[in-house]
Design a protein around this ligand. Structure first.
Ligand code: PLP
Length: 365
């Protein structure tokens, strides 16, 4: 069968190995497997969300309220914007997809950091657009500016703040200075998937969606319930943009693009900011232990503004990941990004302690 030729250039997103795979392949019991590979919340989600979902499970026979009015209103209150400024996606992944389809095509270009969230490139390729990347791995705003000035036809720019999979984060001031140079016809996607973590560690990293879109109506801010809120399995994210941008993205949204229970979960999650705060506090307490551990083993790491830490390996990263997996620990190999490095999601205290022990044996061995 002949398929659309665009498919020839596409690769699949390499998701973190599921616990079930380790159970099947290595015969380890699921309860003994630690997955610290996909930046999920190791503390789960707010108990209030679990309670609400249990109570409303029977509603799964009904389609969700497609206006998503209640969730948009709650997000609107959180950020001080109107419902017309918000679009809900099946994960913020879907809003990335909408942003690209709204602007990118075979006759223009998109711009991103060399090493950043893989979905920008994957969805970008589907549009047939040309993908430009900065020479440096992470976000160097000067490089973005130089490339932007050289090419007149850049339709979408992605800034991942903080950046997955490296963990670094630009200051808001640098971002805003760059945005002033950008044409009002270029859509700038600010991916804030880890903003809850970054703004706790350093106020200079905080991007306020309202301030962003008031100053730059050509920008869209993306947020997600998958990371700090602990709802990765519910697939709910959102975009905050000017009504003009949001209206256009809505044309690409299918009806009922998130589930009735996902919608409920997100609404409840927003009522428990205390849970998010606890998550973030514990994250950085444990992060400090990872930094200590890396220094002890003389491992180079990138100071992280997120819920993961990226470390360069002196030995083959794939082999280290494989050996860890045999011991029931899943982390993320960054070989597919062309880096001999690993990305480790900060787990619970107990998970991290086990990781340190097993990793040290393997690394020294
Ligand atoms: C996890 C992640 C997302 C989106 O996750 P969803 O589960 O689709 O909401 C977006 N951007 C980055 C950088 C991420 O790490």
């Amino acid at each position: 069968m002949k398929f659309n030729s665009v498919l020839d250039s596409l690769v699949n997103y390499e998701a973190g190995k599921p616990i079930e795979l380790v159970v099947r392949e290595y015969g380890i019991e699921a309860k003994d497997v630690i997955k610290i590979a996909s930046n999920e919340n190791p503390h789960g989600c707010s108990p209030k969300v679990v309670e609400a979902i249990q109570k409303e499970a029977f509603k799964m026979s009904l389609y969700p309220d497609d206006s998503m009015h209640e969730l948009k209103e709650a997000l609107g209150v959180k950020y001080g914007v109107g419902s017309e400024n918000i679009i809900i996606g099946s994960g913020s992944d879907q809003v990335i997809e909408f942003s690209l389809f709204a602007k990118a095509n075979p006759s223009n270009k998109i711009l991103m950091a060399k090493t950043t969230f893989a979905m920008y490139e994957i969805y970008g390729k589907r549009t047939g657009t040309t993908i430009l990347k900065t020479p440096s791995h992470g976000h160097d705003i000067q490089e973005f500016s130089d490339i932007y000035k050289k090419h007149k036809d850049i339709a979408v720019i992605f800034l991942c703040l903080p950046n997955n999979p490296l963990g670094e984060c630009l200051d808001k001031e640098e971002v805003f200075r760059f945005l002033k140079e950008v044409s009002s016809d270029t859509l700038v996607v600010i991916d804030g998937a880890y903003q809850e973590f970054a703004l706790f560690k350093d106020k200079n990293k905080k991007i306020d969606p309202k301030e962003l879109i008031e100053n730059f109506p050509n920008a869209i801010y993306l947020g997600t319930f998958s990371k700090a809120y602990g709802l990765g399995g519910m697939r709910t994210g959102y975009g905050v943009g000017s009504s003009e941008v949001v209206k256009s993205l809505h044309k690409l949204r299918s009806p009922f693009n998130i589930t009735t229970l996902s919608l409920k979960a997100a609404i409840e999650a927003l009522k428990d900011e205390e849970f998010v705060k606890n998550t973030v506090v514990k994250n950085f307490e444990e992060m400090a232990k990872y930094e200590e551990f890396a220094k002890k083993l003389d491992i180079e790491f990138i100071p992280s503004y997120t819920n993961f830490i990226t470390c360069k390996m002196q030995k083959n990263s794939s082999s280290i990941c494989e050996q860890l997996m045999k011991k029931g620990i899943i982390i993320r190999d960054l070989k597919s990004y062309g880096l001999n490095a690993v990305r480790i999601t900060i787990g619970t205290k107990e998970q991290n302690e086990r990781f340190f022990k097993v990793f040290e044996d393997i690394y020294r061995g």
